[in-house]
Design a protein around this ligand. Structure first.
Ligand SMILES: *[C@@H]1O[C@H](CO)[C@@H](O)[C@H](O)[C@H]1NC(C)=O
Ligand SMILES: *[C@@H]1O[C@H](CO)[C@@H](O)[C@H](O)[C@H]1NC(C)=O
Ligand SMILES: *[C@@H]1O[C@H](CO)[C@@H](O)[C@H](O)[C@H]1NC(C)=O
Ligand SMILES: *[C@@H]1O[C@H](CO)[C@@H](O)[C@H](O)[C@H]1NC(C)=O
Ligand SMILES: *[C@@H]1O[C@H](CO)[C@@H](O)[C@H](O)[C@H]1NC(C)=O
Length: 415
């Protein structure tokens, strides 16, 4: 018994010694209504292979995104990356990016010649985003996630970025955390290598995202385990149904007693800000919550009614996960500066439910690649980040990567 307790203590100490926190910050800004419509385009290009966006449809887009720092190469070159559980590649802009490409110029770029650990690969790389291709080539180098140095990680160096898609983003690149099956060029994702190279003991990561618009802390990503101080109650696990995205089957989604879950495949996606629903039920969801079309693709509610709208219940793995209207209505700013209340339900343009940050912000989410399952539990509202006050009853296994909330500023030309 004592031996067991000691072993446990040692494990806890080891885990603590390996604890790494990458702080995330969050700008105090409100989304602007003009900036939102491009998000749909990006969402579509991410989940639908045959979606073609014409630039005419697009507007500016500014929304929350959760990102944190990594370094690449020797000596280390610094980058901010969006931790995206809805994709599987790491890419950053390259130093050789076209001088005319303002998205590259505004960001940190990777210079292979300045890194002694760089290895050529050369295979071409392209990802389709809203207005065009993000294109470049693959290289290999050390990628360091807050002290965890992944050797010979293959990643993409972008030499052109589409239109103005990333011009205003506060992150430089994206670090995909979904399965290798959806990785472009079948590149082994960084998280796989963290585990393969023994840098983490358990192939599990988890996200705690803060949803307080005025808070500067964005939350934490834990690598190699979970942080029990960030949720209350028990985790409910559901098996991954298709290993590509973090996809699972939902039992039902109930609004006012009505089950609106027609296509009940869900995806947990930290790279999506809102909550996207299958096209077939998009309008019925808006009707059920009482939101009205503004004629420009967004659905709005009278702000004075925000607290009176129905609860939306997601039944997953036998547990009910409720979202109240305060959680699924987001405040946006009209051009004239007035505050409008917008439904966070977006048209996914696929038959998937994409549970983005609106959901993950309420429900601590565990991504367990060892057991191919996703876990949810009510996020602790007053949870602290930064390691200063982990309660005695809580436990942490793994590496804490604090993340910031920033704005994913997509700026695409409207005519
Ligand atoms: C890349 O690094 C090399 C070697 O340090 C340097 O000579 C070159 O100017 C750098 N290129 C850019 C675009 O910064
Ligand atoms: C949001 O953050 C502000 C400033 O940090 C704090 O005063 C407020 O209590 C927070 N609200 C919630 C609901 O956590
Ligand atoms: C979730 O919402 C349902 C339907 O409104 C309600 O019956 C239930 O009590 C709620 N559960 C929690 C935990 O709030
Ligand atoms: C500001 O714009 C919104 C939406 O376009 C409109 O509903 C509102 O009446 C306007 N407010 C003022 C004071 O003009
Ligand atoms: C979004 O709109 C606001 C207000 O219209 C503007 O200040 C901001 O620059 C826009 N952001 C982007 C990324 O275009």
């Amino acid at each position: 018994m004592l031996k067991l307790a000691l072993a446990f203590l040692c494990l806890a100490l080891v885990a603590d010694a390996a604890l790494i926190r990458v702080p995330l910050t969050k700008p105090n800004k409100r989304r602007s209504i003009k900036n939102l419509s491009t998000q749909r385009a990006v969402l579509r290009s991410k989940y639908s292979t045959n979606f073609v966006v014409s630039s005419e449809q697009l507007n500016n887009f500014l929304d929350d995104s959760y990102y944190g720092p990594i370094t690449i190469g020797t000596p280390p070159q610094n980058f901010q990356v969006l931790f995206d559980t809805g994709s599987s590649n790491l890419w950053v802009p390259g130093a050789s990016c076209a001088p005319t490409d303002s998205a590259c110029q505004d960001h940190n770029t990777y210079n292979a010649s300045a890194s002694s650990t760089y290895q050529a690969n050369g295979e071409r790389f392209a990802i389709q985003y809203g207005s065009g291709n993000l294109a470049g080539y693959l290289v290999e180098d050390i990628v360091n996630l807050n002290g965890l140095a992944i050797e010979a990680q293959v990643f993409a160096v972008a030499t052109s970025e589409p239109g103005n898609t990333f011009v205003n983003s506060e992150f430089d690149g994206i670090l995909g955390m979904a399965y290798q099956k959806i990785a472009v060029d079948n590149v082994v994702p960084p998280f796989y290598n963290l585990y393969k190279q023994g840098l983490i003991e358990t192939p599990v990561f988890a996200f705690y995202l803060t949803r307080n618009g005025s808070s500067t802390q964005g939350g934490e990503m834990t690598l190699g385990g979970i942080d029990s101080s960030h949720y209350v109650g028990e985790l409910t696990y559901v098996p991954v149904s298709i290993e590509g995205y973090w996809q699972f089957t939902m039992d039902s989604v109930i609004i006012n007693g009505l089950n609106i879950c027609v296509e009940c495949a869900g995806i947990a996606d930290t790279g999506t800000s809102l909550l996207a629903v299958p096209t077939s039920i998009y309008e019925s969801v808006q009707n059920a919550i009482g939101a009205q079309s503004d004629g420009e693709g967004d659905y709005m509610v009278d702000c004075s009614l925000t607290n009176t709208l129905p609860i939306v219940t997601f039944n997953i793995g036998g547990t009910a996960f409720n979202l109240s209207s305060a959680e699924y209505i987001v405040e946006v700013e009209a051009n004239n500066g007035s505050v409008l209340c917008m439904s966070a339900f977006e048209d996914a343009d696929t038959n998937l439910w994409i549970l983005g940050d609106v959901f993950i912000g309420q429900y601590y989410t565990v991504f367990d690649m060892g057991q191919n399952r996703v876990g949810f539990a009510l996020a602790a509202q007053n949870s602290t980040t930064g390691g200063s006050s982990i309660g005695s009853s809580s436990y942490i296994f793994g590496i804490i990567v604090p993340i910031v909330v920033g704005f994913y500023g997509l700026w695409l030309n409207k005519n």
